[in-house]
Ligand binder design. Structure first.
Ligand code: URA
Length: 222
């Protein structure tokens, strides 16, 4: 359970966060929705001051997402790392360079032609995995992003995005290799680029195949 920090907090001081799973008057219910937003810019303004979970404490800024607001293709990663936290944009570090390269080589696009977001919008300290309560708190932003963008294809990058959006406990290795109709869009699970950087050849080749799968679903070529 998260606690307010080393050294504690005097009783008279305000609580540093208004909401988070299991705390506050709604006792975990409040992360079910964000205030309705008319567009991504409005949603981003809400997110920029978000204090729904402890990650707000250490972030430099909220890394909301980047790209075309009406993109047919959305990539969803895990969480911002150090570079993203500093620059305010998803996938600008080493993983992002690989993602940009694969996007260019397999889809013939750059990031302005798609939208890129993460499951969690704030950097977990020391790049640790995002925790279930942080994912639950942040999830309404991703849901709202997808509702506003209405993409045809969502490519999930790695286990966190795949498990969340596909509602599965199965790992990426098991579920990748096919597309899943999700009502409004098709979900194409693939590896996180960091896994490809670690593992190389076969994983990169499988990511390429997954992007080709997305391309065909988008009707972007043979
Ligand atoms: N890894 C992610 O999952 N997202 C980023 O934005 C950067 C690295």
């Amino acid at each position: 359970m998260w606690s307010p920090g080393a050294g504690g907090r005097r009783r008279s001081e305000p609580a540093p966060f208004r909401a988070g799973p299991g705390r506050g008057p709604l006792d975990g219910q409040y992360h079910a929705a964000v205030a309705p937003a008319n567009d991504l810019a409005e949603l981003a303004r809400q997110a920029a001051v978000c204090v729904r979970c402890p990650l707000a404490e250490q972030r430099t800024q909220v890394v909301f997402g980047v790209g075309a607001p009406d993109a047919d293709l959305v990539f969803v990663g895990e969480a911002p790392g150090r570079d993203e936290d500093l620059q305010g944009e998803p996938f600008v570090g080493r993983s992002g360079k690989l993602l940009d390269r694969l996007m260019a080589e397999e889809l013939g696009i750059d990031r302005s032609r798609c939208y890129i977001a993460n499951v969690v919008k704030c950097r977990p300290p020391d790049n640790r995995d995002p925790r279930p309560d942080e994912i639950a708190s942040c999830r309404p932003y991703l849901s709202a992003q997808l509702e506003l963008i209405r993409p045809k294809v969502v490519v999930t990058l790695g286990n966190f995005a795949t498990k969340l959006l596909l509602q599965t406990d199965q790992g990426i290795t098991k579920v990748r290799g096919q597309a899943y109709p999700m009502g409004e869009f098709h979900l194409v699970p693939t590896y996180h680029p960091a896994a490809a950087l670690r593992s190389g050849g076969v994983v990169v080749a499988e990511m390429r195949a997954d992007l080709v799968r997305a391309k065909l679903l988008l009707g972007w070529g043979s």
